[in-house]
Design a protein around this ligand. Structure first.
Ligand code: GMT
Length: 384
């Protein structure tokens, strides 16, 4: 198949999923065209079967707000026509599904059908989509999509409840490449001393440091853990709450034990050095960061929100707490880190969950068969 993929190419879960999906599909012989405003960050250096088309956005003095969604629609239609795309797959509804809808209409006026699939990732429904200025058009874009998927059952239900969507929504959960996200003992032996000494436990947090991630809770939990056992914390990522988190680390007297390493490209190699992930989010429609950690044998102490319980089974492959329960999360982390047998049991179960349920090799075929269904339906004039 020839597939056009659009996403937010910068750091963020939906962009990661879209990019990894394109890479996996290209490895399986499909021709993938990324249509985005900059090159997706995990795409660098990979080119077999993958093309990247940058959306040119002109900025005339008249435009206080350059109309990116129109430039994107134009680029989608051009790429689809030039390269004979079979379909477009857009990640994150706003504004991508509306741009895809315009591209479909532009091509229809020339007698060519270009179906598009929208994948919902979370904040496009739970936060941004509920904003009155975006809600009606988000609902319209979703209703008009030829195919619609959500990354968890939770998000499917929220989409139905919040937006009143009644059409079929296919649940295809986040995935991870289990050959790439893996703990390599030799790499751990060589690299771990960069971040922790042999007697210290290494905790990790990975996010875009937005308020929904509650990075201040990460620091609060870590400070409690560090009082009880020798430990260090790796903070991977960047975003609006980073400086507040750095300041809190100073205030709680743990700044010398917390490493803010910023945005990183090979997060798989960093996560695999750690013992435990902290993910105290206010909301996660799925929790890709926890899945990436679990594949590396790093269980997560997380919050029982959104789609997280579809990934983490409390006490089996990680621990779940109420949002804001920093004492509970710290207690849980301490109990895991001070009991090698428990840590080993949770680590093995975490890896097994990633491998059995969320490996790319299992999830990508679900997308492929969904694409086929949409293509057949759109040829027959029906909609999924
Ligand atoms: O919260 C983020 O990390 C960004 C956001 C996005 O759309 O880029 O992530 C959402 O999509 C991820 C990939 O599908 C999910 O794993 C995250 O749970 C989801 N974030 C939220 O729902 C807050």
């Amino acid at each position: 198949m020839k597939i056009g993929i659009t996403c937010y190419p910068t750091y963020g879960g939906s962009g990661v999923v879209a990019t990894e999906l394109g890479i996996e599909l290209a490895n399986r012989g499909h021709e993938i065209h990324f249509i985005t405003y900059s090159q997706p960050f995990r795409l660098a250096g990979r080119d077999a079967n993958i093309r990247y088309h940058e959306v040119p956005v002109s900025n005339y003095p008249l435009f206080e707000y350059p109309p990116y969604d129109l430039a994107l629609a134009t680029c989608m239609a051009e790429v689809a026509e030039l390269h004979g795309l079979d379909l477009l797959h857009v990640h994150y509804a706003i504004p991508h599904s509306i741009s895809a809808l315009l591209a479909r209409q532009m091509l229809a006026s020339r007698g060519r059908h270009l179906p598009f699939i929208t994948t919902l990732h979370g904040t496009d429904i739970t936060l941004v989509g509920l904003d009155r200025s975006y809600l009606p058009i988000t609902k319209f874009g979703i209703d008009e999509s030829d195919g619609l998927t959500a990354i968890s059952s939770h998000l499917r239900e929220r989409t139905r409840e919040n937006l009143g969507i009644t059409r079929e929504i296919e649940v295809i959960r986040n995935f991870v490449n289990c050959d790439f996200y893996i703990r390599n003992p030799e790499l751990v032996r060589q690299q771990r001393p960069r971040f922790a000494q042999a007697n210290e436990k290494l905790l990790v947090h990975l996010s875009n440091f937005r308020p929904v991630k509650r990075v201040l809770d990460v620091i609060q939990v870590f400070a409690r853990v560090a009082r009880m056992l020798p430990a260090r914390l790796l903070m991977i990522g960047d975003g609006p709450d980073r400086s507040a988190a750095e300041f809190l680390a100073v205030r709680l007297g743990v700044a010398d034990r917390v490493d803010f390493v910023g945005k990183q490209e090979n997060v798989n190699q960093l996560i695999a050095l750690c013992d435990l992930m902290l993910m105290p989010s206010e909301m996660e429609s799925f929790g890709l960061a926890a899945l990436e950690a679990m594949a590396c044998r790093v269980p997560a102490v997380a919050t029982r929100v959104g789609g997280v319980p579809e990934l983490i089974q409390d006490g089996v492959n990680g621990l779940l707490y109420a949002v804001g329960d920093v004492d509970g999360m710290a207690q849980g982390a301490i109990s895991i880190l001070s009991d090698p047998a428990l840590l080993d049991r949770l680590s093995s179960a975490a890896r097994a969950t990633a491998q059995k349920e969320f490996c790319a090799s299992r999830i990508i075929p679900l997308y492929e068969s969904y694409y086929q269904r949409i293509l057949q339906g759109s040829r027959a004039g029906t909609r999924s």
